[in-house]
Design a protein. Structure first.
Length: 149
């Protein structure tokens, strides 16, 4: 049976060596950086909570700078927004009635309105049982028609 064996089986392991890694070069660069004062400790290796601490420290530093300024930047932004909102409200207060009037004028054209009213009156006045009025022609053939403007 395959499950019970007198020999102990080991898990697969890999013998991985980085192809371009040179530990001597890495140590040499670290010593040079420490001599130049670029880095004091080894930041390349991860320690638990390293990124969380870095973010917290940066946030605390920014808050301290804002508190040191007295929040002048924050109040300036607030006043800018208040002025912008007041200008927007004034613009809306001025433009909306004018836009409404323009749309109203476009929909109620006076000439079109008069023609429509005339047509409505003609429709209301039409009586199909009324006698027809025949108008005779007032000119004879050969007469010229004068158009007076």
């Amino acid at each position: 049976m395959g499950w019970f064996s007198p020999y102990k089986r080991h898990a697969n392991s890999f013998n991985y060596t980085p192809r371009y890694y040179d530990p001597a070069k890495e140590a040499r660069e670290q010593r040079r950086a420490e001599l130049r004062g670029e880095r004091l400790d080894d930041d390349s290796e991860y320690t638990p909570g390293k990124y969380i601490r870095a973010k917290r420290e940066a946030r605390d530093l920014k808050r301290a700078q804002v508190a040191k300024k007295g929040g002048a930047e924050k109040t300036m932004k607030m006043w800018t927004m208040v002025v912008a909102l007041m200008l927007l409200a004034a613009l809306i207060y001025i433009l909306v009635p004018r836009l409404g009037a323009i749309f109203e004028m476009a929909t109620t054209d006076s000439a079109t309105n008069k023609k429509f009213e005339q047509q409505q009156q003609e429709v209301e006045e039409f009586d199909p049982y009324a006698p027809l009025i025949i108008v005779p022609n007032d000119y004879e053939e050969g007469d010229e028609i004068e158009i007076v403007e």
